[in-house]
Design a protein around this ligand. Sequence first.
Ligand SMILES: [Zn+2]
Length: 454
Amino acid sequence: MFSSFAYRHSPIGAQELLIAAKSSLRGLMREGRAFEEVAARIEDSQWWSAQELREFQSRQLRRIIESAARNVPYYRERYRALGLDFEEPEFPAPIENLPLITKADVREGGKSFLSERKRGPLFAGSTSGTTGTPLTLYQDLSAINRENAFIWRQLAWAGLRRGERRAWMRGDMIVPATQEKPPYWRLNRAENMLMFSSYHLSDAAAPAYVAALARFDPVVIQAYPSSIGFLAGWMSDAGARYRGRSLRGIVTSSETLPDTRRREIERAFGCRVFDWYGQAERVAAIGTCEHGRYHLLSDYSFVELLPADNGLFELVGTGFHNRSMPLIRYRCGDFVRPAPEGQRCACGRSFPLIEQVSGRVDDPVKLPGGRSVGRLDHIFKGVEGVLEAQIRQDRLDAVTLLVVPSTAFDERTRETLLNNARHRLGDEIGLEIRLVDAVLRTGNGKLKGVICNV
Ligand SMILES: [Zn+2]
């Protein structure tokens, strides 16, 4: 909606009405019937003992696997030969007999991953397009409600109560790329939230951003690490101070948060950063508690750790929430370093402790006018015809979209990609699409979405 002609050409007041309308609809969907119920339950379950959590996981696993084996064609076929006994008291042990699945399995399996038992309408979402092949995933309403309840628990750990002021800097296209003057933000009255553009950050714009934040004085800021990190970097270079009084925490997610960046953000804004790890597949979630430690949320899903290199482990998860498209023993392709066995957090929760989360790290693209734009994988989201993609910048005045095309790639795909990129980067930079057989990967085999060499 925010990239539509009507939105881009409306005055700010009208844009804010549209934002509120969209946000109210989203609220109705995300905070439906199951939301309050799950929110209340997980308020309790965060304090369960390790034993209580194990018992809960065991019940959930049995329920999800039983229902998948009965109602989901993909699992029915594959599990038939295994002769699983769901009365087995030692669950989750039997899960080790089930095959691991990957993104490629889910893509190839397509609709055979959907349950034949209908649980109301399904909503399609997509994994991000630059971390390998994008994937379309379907969720039912109850799964969306549950996810949202967990997000709100993380916001509560950061000090936010529902209804309080928050700021948001997470890649929404709320300010047209061609706009060259503040305000680079729009007020979302439905959620009492000031939404900032992640696409207009520059040294020149930074003072206006920081001043607008302080004026709105949010209790919590939700942001991409690259966006809030840019402001923190500018503040430390310029010796600027944040003057808001109410800020209790900053919740980051969607990108890896390096320690140096976390410290810089905490110093600049004078509060703790609460980093959240999740993924579109909804099979694992890691939150940050009030003591600044990462917890693997064992009331969210069942996670196994698959040994990899350098003391890291790959997350393999089984989600509890989406019985319409269950993912069982799904390899996330993201890695963590667990804390030493037996370590307890001072917060008192029994969720396992994680020392380090290693997901995506992209470079920002630099524009001739001084803007620095992070998280550009939205350009590829939901676009048919793209197998893999990478953005490369070798010169200040040009950006190349490297695309590994599928057979569905055509002129329309090209046009959509260029339009998506134009809306985020504006007219000041040359854009080119180059079709390639493969894109470069980093040492650990991960695909880096954006490589900037300027
Ligand atoms: Zn803790």
